[in-house]
Structure formats: structure tokens, C-alpha cells
Write a protein that binds this ligand. Structure first.
Ligand code: F6R
Length: 233
């Protein structure tokens, strides 16, 4: 694990952007694993800016998202489909057939597992939950292997409440890529910013346990942890 501390959120975003920009230029048919949430927004904006300047071509890029809420359709304003369309896909020249996001309306865990197997992920972007979750793999007794349906914890539901008008509207279940699948990515970038993530960052580097899902990343051969000062220990 390579751990780097930057002054602020913008610098973390720029570092992640440079890694993706160079990787896309080197390999135009790259497969990227993508996350939603607040953390990668700066990165996605930089990718869009770079595309608009004519510096990047996404026409042969494939993306595989980590997760989706159960019960939300693609067009639901709080769905991760919608989030990705708004913040990235509608603003770049990615081909819709190269975009993969779990369908929140059907249990398609097996299909998603096959997609990940047939499109090995070159670089996986991860945000970090305050409880150490990665994707929607919550603290548990075991590390999950493959895409599955998961019950969200109270802490995650609370953290996500900022995106919904009423807490009771937040879905209580989601479909998520499994930790085993995340670990098959050739390279992983874990981004964490802000003081609220400091405990999770510390725990990520502590004993490896399924109670801190992100701690498994210590066993991956190519992980960069990019954090700002507030999230660093
Ligand atoms: C989102 C995801 C989650 C988030 C995490 C951090 O696709 O998989 O694990 O990365 O909850 O969320 P933010 O970035 O909003 O703090």
C-alpha cells in the first residue's frame, strides 16, 4: 500500500485524475471501476474538463460501477445510475454499451459477476465509508466474495441521508460488488478526504479484519491510498 497525504481535497482529486488520465492515454481500451458519492466528484469534474479540452477520448473505455440501491430505477434522481450520468457519462464520449452499473430493480448478482470476469478491471476507484466500508461492503464477520445484495448499516443510511429529503426514503438494501471482485482489480486507488474519514483511514491501516472491510486492501499488491491532511492520522 502506498499512502500519500495531500494538502486538500482538490489535490487528492488532481492526483487521482493524473493517474487516470495517463492510464487512459496509455491504454484507450482500459476498464475502470468507478464509485459514486462525494469523494470522486472532483476527479470526475477533472476528467470532464480534460475531455472538453480534447485531451481525453473515452470512446473505447469501459466502466464498471461498484453498487446501486435496491428498488431505485435508472432514472430515479437518487440512483447511482443517475449520479453517474449527471456527473460523468453524459459529459464524455463513453459508449453506453460500455457502461455497467448494477440494476437496482432486479437481482442480477450473477450477471454482474460475469461482467466483472469478462471485463477485468484495470484501475478501481474507491471511496471510504466512515465505518470502513468499501462499495457497500459493510463491517461483517467475513469478507464478501462476489456481487450480492446487502443490508445497509444505520451509519451508512445516516451518512447517505444528505442526499435524500427524508431519512425514511433512503433505501435500506443495495447491490454491491464483492470484496473478492474488488481485489481482482489490477490497481486500486482509495480516496478519503475530510476529518470524518480519519478514523476509517486509521482502521484501514490497522489489523486486517472484516469488521473494517477496507483493511483487506493491505493484501492487494498495487493500492494507492490518497488522503488529505484532515483524513490522515
Ligand atoms: C459509492 C460507494 C461508497 C462510497 C463511500 C464514501 O459507490 O461505493 O462506498 O465510496 O460511502 O462515500 P462519500 O464519498 O460520499 O463519502
Amino acid at each position: 500500500m502506498k499512502f500519500s497525504v495531500f494538502d486538500n481535497y482538490d489535490e487528492v482529486s488532481f492526483e487521482a485524475f493524473k493517474i487516470l488520465r495517463d492510464a487512459i492515454r496509455t491504454n484507450p481500451t482500459i476498464t475502470l471501476g468507478l464509485a459514486t458519492g462525494s469523494t470522486p466528484l472532483g476527479l470526475y469534474k477533472l476528467l470532464v474538463d480534460s475531455y472538453e479540452k480534447g485531451e481525453l477520448d473515452f470512446s473505447k473505455v469501459t466502466t464498471i460501477n461498484l453498487d446501486e440501491y435496491e428498488g431505485l430505477s435508472e432514472n430515479h434522481p437518487q440512483s447511482y445510475h443517475h449520479f453517474m450520468n449527471e456527473n460523468l457519462f453524459s459529459k464524455i464520449n463513453i459508449h453506453p454499451k460500455n457502461i455497467f452499473i448494477p440494476n437496482g430493480l432486479t437481482d442480477e448478482c450473477e450477471r454482474y459477476h460475469k461482467i466483472i470476469n469478462t471485463h477485468p478491471i484495470d484501475i478501481q476507484i474507491l471511496g471510504l465509508g466512515e465505518n470502513g466500508h468499501i462499495a457497500f461492503n459493510e463491517p461483517d464477520d467475513n469478507f464478501s466474495r462476489v456481487t450480492h445484495r446487502v443490508q445497509l448499516t444505520k451509519s451508512t443510511i445516516h451518512a447517505n441521508s444528505r442526499f435524500f429529503t427524508k431519512e425514511e426514503d433512503i433505501p435500506k438494501f443495495a447491490y454491491t460488488m464483492g470484496i473478492g471482485e474488488i481485489m481482482t482489480a489490477k490497481q486500486i486507488l482509495l480516496l478519503a478526504t475530510g476529518a470524518k474519514k480519519a478514523n476509517a483511514v486509521k482502521a484501514t491501516l490497522g489489523p486486517v479484519t472484516p469488521q473494517v472491510p477496507s483493511s483487506i486492501l493491505q493484501f492487494h499488491p498495487n493500492v494507492k491510498v490518497l488522503v488529505d491532511k484532515e483524513a490522515s492520522i
